[in-house]
Design a protein around this ligand. Sequence first.
Ligand SMILES: Cc1cc2nc3c(=O)[nH]c(=O)nc-3n(C[C@H](O)[C@H](O)[C@H](O)COP(=O)(O)OP(=O)(O)OC[C@H]3O[C@@H](n4cnc5c(N)ncnc54)[C@H](O)[C@@H]3O)c2cc1C
Length: 416
Amino acid sequence: MRYSGFRVIKEALTGHKGWKPVWREPEPKPHYDVIIIGGGGHGLATAHYLSKVYGLRNVAVVEKGWIGGGNVGRNTTIVRSNYLLDGNEPFYEFSLKLWEGLEQDVNYNAMMSQRGIINLFHTDGQRDAYIRRGNAMILNGADAELLDADQVRAEHPYLNFDDARFPIKGGLVQRRAGTARHDAVAWGYARSADLHGVDIIQNCEVTGLRIENGTCLGVETSRGFIGASKVGCAVAGNSGRVMGMAGMRLPIESHVLQAFVSEGLKPVLPSVITFGAGHFYVSQSDKGGLVFGGDIDGYNTYAQRGNLPVVEDVCEGGMALMPMIGRARLLRMWGGVMDMSMDGSPIIDRTPVQGLYFNGGWCYGGFKATPASGYCFAHLLAKDEPHPVATAYRLDRFRTGRMIDEKGAGNQPNLH
Ligand SMILES: Cc1cc2nc3c(=O)[nH]c(=O)nc-3n(C[C@H](O)[C@H](O)[C@H](O)COP(=O)(O)OP(=O)(O)OC[C@H]3O[C@@H](n4cnc5c(N)ncnc54)[C@H](O)[C@@H]3O)c2cc1C
C-alpha cells in the first residue's frame, strides 16, 4: 500500500477500512542471508537499504522488545551535520542529505522539519572554534552561517541577553538542520523494509551467538536458533552485552541520558538551540512541548531512567539561557541507554569473528546518523568493504591510536 493524499481522502470517505498493518508479524525462518540484531533506527535503516539499495531480500531484523522501544523512540529528535573532523563531517552531511529525501524514499511522513539549529557562543575563543567548525562544514559541502549577538537577538529575542552570567556573543547556525519525528522514522524504515521482503521479528531476544571455528553461524534467541550467513549487531546501549556473547570487550561504556518535555506552549522557538556555556539544548515540538536535555548522568548503567542531580543541572542550564522556561511545567521525562565510545565517535566495522559485523558507539548523537549509519552498515554487509564516508569508523582505531575525538575530551566516554 502506498500512502498519498488521495489515499487519505479515499479512506476518510470509506470509513478507514482499507488501511493495512504497517508491517507483518512473521515467524522466524531457519536461515537468513543477513540477520540484524536490534530493531532500533539503525537496525531498521540497515534492513531498508540492504533490501532496497543492495537487493538482499532474505533478511531479518530481530528485536527483543518492540520497534521503537529503544533510543530511536526516546531521543530529542535533533538532526544536523555540524561536525568539525574529517572522519565525521562527510558522514553526517551524507546523513543529512538522506534525511532530506527520506520521506519520499520510504513513503512515510517522518515530520522532517528543517527548522535550523543555532549553537550559541559566549567567549571569543568559542567564537573562533565555531568559525573553524563552520569552515570545515562548508568545505565538506554543508551549510553554515555565523551570527553576531544582534542577529541572534533578532531571531531569538526571548533568550537572556541583558543580565546573563554568560552573555551571548553570537551563534553558529545550520539552517538545513532540524528535527524529525523519532518513532515515525522507525516505523517508516520498518514498513519499507517489510515491503521489500525483510522479516521484522519482535519479542525475540538474542541470547547467544553461535560461533564455530571463528565463524558466526547465527543467533540463539528466545524463540530458538536462527541461522545466518552474516550477522550485524546494531543494539546501541546494549552493544557491550551482545558483543560480549562473542567474547569481545568493546571500547564502549553504557550510560543513561535523560530527555524532558514541557506542557504544550504556543509557538515560541523557531529552531533548535544549544547553550554554549553549559550543557542544554532545546527545541519545540509540533504539539507545542519544549523538548530539552543536557548531560548524561555520568555513571555506567543499563537502566532506562535517570536521577535527580542531572534534572537539576539541565533545569539550571535552561534557566540561565531562557529564564521564561521556568514558567512552563514539566510534563514528562525519561531515559535511554547510550553506547558511549572512548572517543565519542561511532564504529561501523567487521569484527575478528568471520560473518559478524558491528555498528555502535553512537553516544547521544546517533539519531541524526540513522540514515547514513543504515546505508553504510548495509554497504559493509553487502560488499564486505566500508562505504567511502565511513572508512574512519574502524574498530581497531582504539588500538592504533587513530581516534576521532570531535570534542577533544580524551578517552573519557562520560565527557563526549
Ligand atoms: C534522551 C535521549 C536524547 C537523544 N537525543 C538525540 C538527538 O537529539 N539527536 C541525535 O542525533 N541523537 C540523540 N540521541 C541518541 C540516539 O537516540 C541514539 O544514538 C540512536 O537512537 C541509537 O541507535 P538505535 O536507534 O538503533 O538504538 P535503539 O533504538 O536503542 O535500538 C537498539 C535496539 O536493540 C534492541 N536490542 C538490545 N539488545 C538486544 C538483544 N539481545 N536482542 C535483540 N534486540 C536487542 C533494543 O531493544 C533496541 O530496540 C538521544 C538519545 C537519548 C536516550
